[in-house]
Design a protein around this ligand. Sequence first.
Ligand code: PLP
Length: 360
Amino acid sequence: MSWAELAEDLPAGHQSPAGRQSAQTVIDLRSDTVTRPTSGMRAAMAAAEVGDDVFGDDPTVNRLQSVAAERFGFEGALFFPTGTQSNLAALMAHCGRGDEFLVGQEAHTYKYEQGGAAVLGSIQPQPLEHEPHGGIALERIAAAIKSDDYHFARTRLLALENTIGGRVLPIDYQQQVTQFAHSRGLATHLDGARIFNVIVKLNLDERAAVAGFDSVSVCLSKGLGAPAGSILLGTRALIAVARRWRKALGGGMRQAGVLAAAGLYALEHHVERLAEDHVNAEYLAAGLREAGLKVTPPQTNVVYIEVPASQIEALRAHLKHRGVLASVAPRTRLMTHMDLTRAKIDAAIQAFRDYPHWRA
Ligand SMILES: Cc1ncc(COP(=O)(O)O)c(C=O)c1O
């Protein structure tokens, strides 16, 4: 549901004079991707020096790529419009036609990218069950690696995600699993769409947070407040292959410096403040628990609540009436982000509290 749809039948207090829902009054808990660029970010975008990035001529894109490569300790970095494309280009750079990657059942690269690796990359996914912490057990990985037999796809890559469903992978697990994968001849890719939530939560530097991975995809549009943009990190050789695939996938952008400027601004101004989102997630979770809901304790900016199947429609309608946007499901994910003030969170908690049918 978009907020334009939401606006159609909101009470008058939630509508702007023009009769349209205002971004200021909506309490959007659906994702941390719904943030609007701040005025400082817009000013940086307007002032960006640009050039044609397909020719490598955009100075702002080049600066973002070198800043990211340096901060994360990689030789190369490449700017993409989206995380989906950055992940896919990475998988295609690691794996060829008929190769296989090992991946969690709930991973974005497996479940939420339309099977792009298989559809567009001719790469077979081997999905595996997760451990409670969000990783995959080493024994499970070992059992899934195919032997060198022409009946089997060639297992080339292990892909993990951090954070995954708001959970932070334990750092010792990350070290063990990447070492193990390498010892078995696999490359390692990290979907680090929300790696800055890990960095802030564990108080690590960027290099420590991604140690052991051969490539990492980092999103600037999730939690950090940029309107678009992801960065793929890897060796110079891997990035050269990914650059070719980026063009084939339609991701060769021209004066992309206006977007890269937003990314640079986000890296400079919006990383430390993720701690506020984590505190707000705790606050939201506590408020909802007090209101009688079953809540999974959040580790970062994601709060899961359980909603009885019989209540989904009615709760969605009730929240909508109160100006709260949530993707209501049996396991509802609510996310905190930089456009959610404490007052909005209080209003959201109150809206849940006022829902009359919890025990129906
Ligand atoms: C963990 C994760 N990886 C990758 C993506 C894909 O990013 P994009 O929406 O920019 O394609 C998302 C999107 O929400 C995500 O949550």
